[in-house]
Write a protein that binds this ligand. Structure first.
Ligand code: ADP
Ligand code: MG
Length: 246
């Protein structure tokens, strides 16, 4: 098995009296594709946000290359640069062009010379079929194009892991495929990916590992095809039956 990149141990998160994560332990290896599935409100987004420490866990650990990032002395800023994130609602900057959206962080945070950042950005845009949109503002893009831009912007920081939180849930059906296609290309190029998704066919066919979360715990986890096609737990079965073609 490839080297472990990310690990959580007994991750808990509470908002006031509400226990949202109740002991999540997962291990993510280099080039692994992990799909997180489960009903709304089950803690999937909170888990992703705790993974890159956008949210401070109440207890438990996040380890990156065996180094504890939940340690008070850890360099969280550097860690976050290594973890790209893509959200359901794109979160692209409306006042910047497509190209500027992509080069902003590499120039400001990684101190890349602008010309180099632009060259690399154009290569990434080419890869996702958006090269001719480089000078446009996001309002001129479709939802699918905005999401491809958000993915490219995250990739421009050369992260070691990409986190996707329901990247296709806000898209019209005809745009879902183009965005899943880009994520699948990333997977094939060797990126390590954690993706929260309701696209069960994608989870089954592209992911290595599937984690079914409900009520802040992992109800079932394992080989993607096994969990999706032959779930062991009754709760997993009930959840998946809603997605069965009838
Ligand atoms: P999912 O992504 O699986 O739908 P979430 O992680 O978004 O689940 O939410 C899990 C629970 O935590 C929900 O009940 C939600 O209302 C609650 N929650 C999430 N973020 C916050 C927050 N910042 N403050 C209070 N409650 C929150
Ligand atoms: Mg969510």
């Amino acid at each position: 098995m490839a080297e472990e990149i990310l690990r959580t141990e007994g991750l808990c998160k509470r908002f006031g009296a509400l226990e949202v994560l109740r002991g999540i332990t997962v291990s993510i290896h280099r080039q692994e594709i992990v799909s997180v599935i489960g009903p709304s409100g089950g803690g999937k987004s909170t888990f992703l946000r705790c993974l890159n420490l956008l949210e401070q866990p109440t207890s438990g650990k996040v380890l990156f290359h065996r180094q504890e990032m939940t340690d008070r002395k850890a360099d969280i800023c550097r860690y976050r640069q290594k973890i790209g994130m893509v959200f359901q609602n794109f979160h692209v900057f409306p006042n910047l062009t497509v190209l500027e959206n992509i080069t902003l962080a590499p120039v400001l945070e990684k101190k890349l010379p602008r010309a180099q950042a632009e060259r690399e950005a154009m290569a990434l845009l080419q890869r996702v079929g958006l090269r001719e949109k480089a000078g446009e503002y996001p309002r001129k893009l479709s939802g699918g194009q905005k999401q491809r831009l958000a993915i490219v912007r995250a990739m421009a920081m050369e992260p070691e892991v990409m986190l996707f939180d329901e990247p296709t849930s806000a898209l019209d059906p005809e745009m879902v495929k183009e965005v899943l296609g880009v994520i699948e290309d990333l997977a094939q190029s060797g990126m390590t990916i954690v993706i929260v998704t309701h696209e069960m066919a994608f989870a089954r066919d592209v992911a290595d590992q599937v984690i079914f979360m409900d009520g802040g715990i992992i109800v079932e986890q394992g080989d993607a095809r096994q969990v999706i096609e032959h779930p062991r737990e009754e709760r997993t079965r009930q959840f998946l039956s809603r997605y069965a073609e009838s």
